[in-house]
Write a protein that binds this ligand. Structure first.
Ligand code: MN
Length: 720
């Protein structure tokens, strides 16, 4: 385990301005906080954060990042709190530690699954500071290095799969090749130990066989560069077992040659030197056709730049050669971290926060190769998305502003259609709640439930909105058809006819409608009147109109008169509660509620408007008796539709006056949905109150209770 002074020395070696005091305090803090906790390896727990910090010093990261690495498990695993961290180490470190802690929590929640791509995006989206991700990657690297100490094979496997599917690709996308290679290799050893072993043995065999060949090639390349007058460092890098295995799998070949396991690098000072060195190599050795790639003029998506070529090398071996500047080399090894270190050197004091994000955005924006970078998705887009979990840990990606309804439809249309509520992170919350990154969402379902047309007002995904629309359209049509049939039945019966398919016969065709359903729909919509239908089916009726008793009565009395006399009520159209957007509407002028005597007025294109029979606005329809429709309530007690009754009240203007009004209403199980003071003087308030009630009886009870209240002078129901 690295000692305190060693760590500080390492940081100071590349960053003389490092905050030594901060590092020292964090080192001591993490030792104390983790105290006697042990790792599975038997090491003290605090060795882990210290090693993680050590890994990050290889990337020459700033004091805040190293400090964060030291503290990264304290909030999650010890009694230390975020507040404490902020007090002791400042806002920047606190924010970073908080970020890492959040990612760790996600890790616990998510089973590795087919949603790996989404999970990677989630990690990116949640890390508004890339340093959070770097600490997380180093954390994972150290955990992988010590994976073998875990007893449970199942757990080791899970962590290895997660590493392979999520963290290694993430490291690659950030250009952090060294971490990526090591993560993959450690995971490979766990997941396929036999293959790992045989590849490792084979590598050893080739290494033995090659003898000093690597040295000979290195020396000759060095000499060649010297002769050409190009200052250069030559490096021979052996590929990792996993990379070799992948290559064998991909190319479906056994590896035989040195060129498969060692790549040589010529590291020079400048870009012109790269091309000069390339010219020298190609001039001296025969180049293998089709192997040259210029990643300097066309960098890879993750920022990687180099010239690649393969030649028949000094010892008549195919030899892979990569030519790059030392800056390119650092970027190839350290990725984003190297970008940052270079910028740091150059730019000095700019806000690191901003620069980090800029770096990543730049790299992402230049993504060209979809294989190697965030497939057709850029970080900027993640800002418009939220990633949420199902109870099983699957990740669902949604646009920002999405609600549990969108989530439900994203899981499955059936889940959306049967959705009745949602638990977000274990709490039941309204369906219109906007989801946040990392929320765990459980959809509460009921088999008999139907989509609520109101959802349309807050659902944001096309999938949810179109499903709701489709449902509304279908239900609306069904309601209009039912309504139209009822109206037609009534008119036919009044004229002494039976409404049958035979009676309708060709009528649909005459009226240019496709089916009887279309016909009823048109009547329900008010586009065709029932009387038109009657006259088309029985042309004789037109002439006799006015001579029938019914016609005469219609002229004299409004339709509701017959409704009120209970006898003629047999064919009244049943009216359920208020369903917005549907065929039946309750008039806003008189607020009919179940129990009121009501009448329907057919409104062109809008279905039927329900009024109370004493509503003043009915007067305007007295001349149009064919628009009148007998209706009756058909509301069952378990209907949870809300009916709004309106009252006018005069309350004495004294302390407690208003509260007595609301408490009496509440005591009687009414819910005030709207309250407006219409008049106010020093003695009285006059107000209009809308109350959600079950029916007229309920409203009457409330009015009676209000009248019995001393502070309330006068109460009556508001009618049209
Ligand atoms: Mn950790």
């Amino acid at each position: 385990m690295m000692r305190q002074y060693e760590l500080v020395e390492r940081v100071r070696a590349y960053d003389p301005a490092a905050d030594e005091d901060l590092l020292n305090r964090a080192y001591v803090f993490t030792m104390k906080a983790h105290g006697a906790q042990l790792r599975a390896s038997g090491d003290p727990y605090f060795s882990h954060p210290i090693e993680v910090a050590g890994i990050l010093t290889e990337y020459r990261l700033d004091s805040a990042t190293i400090t964060t690495a030291l503290l990264h498990d304290t909030v999650e695993d010890t009694v230390a709190t975020m507040d404490q961290i902020e007090d002791l180490f400042g806002a920047e470190v606190a924010k970073l530690v908080d970020g890492v802690t959040k990612l760790s929590k996600l890790e616990l929640r998510s089973e590795v699954n087919r949603e790996a791509e989404n999970f990677r995006k989630l990690l990116l989206a949640m890390s508004d500071d890339i340093r959070v991700l770097l600490v997380k990657l180093a954390d994972r690297l150290h955990n992988m290095r010590t994976l073998r100490f875990l007893n449970k094979a199942e757990k080791r496997q899970r962590i290895a799969i997660e590493t392979m599917e999520i963290y290694a690709p993430l490291a690659e996308r950030l250009g952090m090749r060294r971490i990526k290679d090591e993560l993959e290799d450690l995971a490979f050893a766990e997941l396929n130990s036999e293959a790992h072993e045989s590849v490792t043995k084979r590598l050893q065999f080739l290494r033995d066989q090659a003898g000093d060949m690597v040295d000979r090639i290195t020396n000759e390349l060095r000499q060649t560069m010297q002769e050409a007058g190009i200052p250069a460092t030559i490096l021979g890098r052996e590929k990792k077992a996993y990379a070799v295995w992948r290559k064998m799998e991909r190319d479906n070949v056994a590896f035989e040659q040195l060129s498969d396991i060692v790549a040589f690098r010529i590291v020079v000072d400048s870009v012109p030197d790269c091309y000069r060195a390339l010219g020298v190599v190609h001039g001296r050795y025969r180049m293998v056709p089709g192997r040259f790639k210029d990643y300097i003029s066309t960098p890879k998506g993750n920022g990687y730049r180099s010239l690649h070529t393969t030649v028949i090398g000094p010892v008549r071996q195919r030899t892979e050669v990569q030519i790059r500047t030392s800056e390119m080399h650092d970027v190839a090894e350290f990725g984003v971290a190297a970008h940052w270190a270079y910028k740091q050197k150059v730019a000095g004091g700019a806000t690191p926060h901003y620069r980090w994000l800029q770096e990543l955005l730049e790299i992402l924006e230049h993504a060209e190769n979809p294989e190697e970078f965030l497939e057709h998705t850029k970080l900027a887009m993640f800002q418009d998305q939220v990633f949420c979990f199902t109870p099983k840990g699957d990740v669902i990606a949604l646009p920002r502003g999405a609600t549990p309804v969108d989530f439900a439809y994203a899981v499955h249309t059936e889940v959306g259609d049967s959705c009745v509520g949602a638990k977000i992170n274990g709490r039941v919350l309204p369906l219109r709640t906007q989801l946040a990154n990392g929320d765990q969402v459980e959809i509460l379902r009921s088999a008999n439930s139907k989509p609520d047309p109101n959802w349309e007002s807050f659902a944001v995904t096309g999938r949810a909105r179109s499903a709701i629309r489709r449902f509304i359209r279908n239900r609306e049509r069904a309601e209009y058809i039912e309504l139209g049939r009822s109206i037609a039945e009534k008119v036919f019966r009044e004229a002494g006819h039976e409404l049958t398919d035979a009676a309708l016969g060709h009528v649909s065709k005459v009226l240019r409608l496709k089916s009887h359903d279309d016909l009823y729909h048109a009547i329900g919509m008010g586009q065709v009147t029932a009387r038109q239908l009657l006259y088309t089916a029985f042309p004789g009726e037109r002439r006799s109109r006015g001579k029938t008793a019914i016609g005469a009565i219609n002229r004299v009395l409004p339709t509701w008169w017959r409704t009120s006399s209970d006898k003629g009520n047999g064919h009244a159209v049943p009216i359920r509660g208020l369903i917005p957007g549907m065929a039946v509407h309750h008039a806003p002028c008189c607020h009919p509620i179940p129990g009121d005597r009501i009448v329907g007025i057919v409104t062109r294109g809008k279905g039927v408007m329900i009024h109370t029979i004493d509503c003043a606005s009915l007067e305007q329809f007295t001349e149009e008796d064919e628009r009148w429709l007998d209706v009756k309530w058909d509301v069952s007690p378990d209907d949870d539709n809300v009916h709004v009754g309106r009252i006018r009240a005069i309350v004495i203007n004294e302390p407690g006056g208003l509260s007595s009004l609301s408490s009496v209403i509440a005591k009687n199980l009414g819910n005030i949905s709207n309250l407006r003071i219409t008049n106010r003087d020093s003695h009285f308030f006059e107000m209009v109150v809308d109350i959600e009630v079950e029916d007229v009886k309920h409203l009457t009870n409330i009015i009676t209770a209000l009248r019995a209240t001393p502070q309330i002078n006068e109460v009556h129901r508001v009618r049209g």
